[in-house]
Write a protein that binds this ligand. Sequence first.
Ligand code: URA
Ligand code: SF4
Length: 218
Amino acid sequence: VPTAAPFVPETDDLDKLREAAQCCRGCDLYKEATRTVFGEGPPDAGTVLVGEQPGDIEDRQGRPFVGPAGKLLDRAVADAGLDRSGTYVTNAVKHFKHKPAAPGKRRIHESPNQTEIMACRPWLVAEFSLLHPRAVVALGAVAAKGLLGPSFRVTKQRGIPMPWPESAHHPEDFAGEAHDDAFVLATIHPSAVLRADDRDAAYRGLVDDLRVVAEQLA
Ligand code: URA
Ligand code: SF4
């Protein structure tokens, strides 16, 4: 089975992890993408936001959430009263999966499948072994499945703080005393807000969920 595991070094340094991830060949997604887009933010972040995978702009710039979805997320985080600068952002899958596009045309995102989510999961686990957030936010179904297991349903369980890591798919992967009082909350993905028929309502839903996080942290 495809897995990033052999590429993940033993280190307590997030920068070393990020560097090593550039050479990951754990699944086929690296072949059509420009570069690995690793998580970013302060190592002592109180909140970690987990997205799906980098988009077109992230793939070009090498940083998570710098495109349109990222702009919307920044606004939602601010509107919810969370501190963006004290937040670490990452993705469940670290290479951009997309449909082939004509030269010069924007490449269209394609959702990663369960095999790819699981292949990339060792990077997410490695990040969480070095981070000690109180709040973990899964943005969308892919992030939620990467964190909480394939049967997790965002539509049913969004906006509800859940214990971390007891509810996680492989508890031992995320386990650690540092996570004892932490919680995880799932919400919709900012890209889903951009695609929604009623964008305002979808945006309010995202902000409401993030406000639950802010209240828990207060
Ligand atoms: N969407 C994501 O899930 N992650 C990013 O980094 C950008 C867009
Ligand atoms: Fe490695 Fe993840 Fe990229 Fe696959 S998507 S090559 S597992 S970093």
